[in-house]
Design a protein around this ligand. Structure first.
Ligand SMILES: [Zn+2]
Length: 179
């Protein structure tokens, strides 16, 4: 078994897949500027990632080149319910099927569930933008605390307790429901 050093910024994709190699690293989250613009780093401020290459045999055709990529980090988002910051763990896990060119990538992307990408120039891939895209796609569309840290203010009177509804009103409301 040979050990080969792969450079995550110029990953020799075919060789990485042929040898079923793996790579992993911790990178400073501040370096992911597009992600940080939407979701500033929190916690340790690192992005942990790992990648695995896979060459997938296909009957009667050339073997396929696959890359499996996992990434996780912790970011700060604004809760859309209470508008206060929330710390959120982001986790991305995707698989990419690399094909010869853009035309084939487009054709296959339409007919398959997989992420299909064109082989990068000279077969060398920079993992950083792919990791960043993956984390951005894994952000919640509407971030919300599971439980907001403080009770939400009432519209007019502040957080004072509202009087309990009249028991018959509650009953009437129940009866109005279809089931
Ligand atoms: Zn909240």
């Amino acid at each position: 078994m040979t050990t080969q050093i792969f450079d995550p910024h110029h990953l020799d994709l075919r060789r990485f897949a042929e040898t079923a190699s793996t790579l992993a690293g911790d990178w400073p989250a501040a370096g992911f500027e597009r992600l940080a613009a939407d979701a500033p780093p929190a916690g340790t401020g690192t992005v942990c990632w790992s990648a695995q290459g896979e060459q997938r045999a296909v009957k009667g055709a050339a073997a396929q080149t696959w890359l499996h990529l996992q990434a996780e980090t912790t970011v700060t988002l604004i809760c859309q319910r209470c508008l206060k910051p929330m710390v959120h763990a982001v986790h991305g896990d995707r698989s990419f099927h690399f094909v010869a060119d853009e035309a084939e990538a487009e054709r296959l992307d339409e007919e398959s569930e997989d992420d299909v990408l064109a082989m990068p120039p000279r077969g060398r891939l920079d993992l950083r933008p792919l990791i960043e895209d993956e984390l951005i796609l894994a952000l919640p569309i509407v971030p919300r605390h599971d439980v907001c840290p403080e009770p939400l203010p009432m519209p007019a009177e502040g957080p004072a307790a509202a009087p309990p509804p009249h028991p018959f009103e509650a009953l009437a409301a129940l009866k109005r429901k279809p089931n």
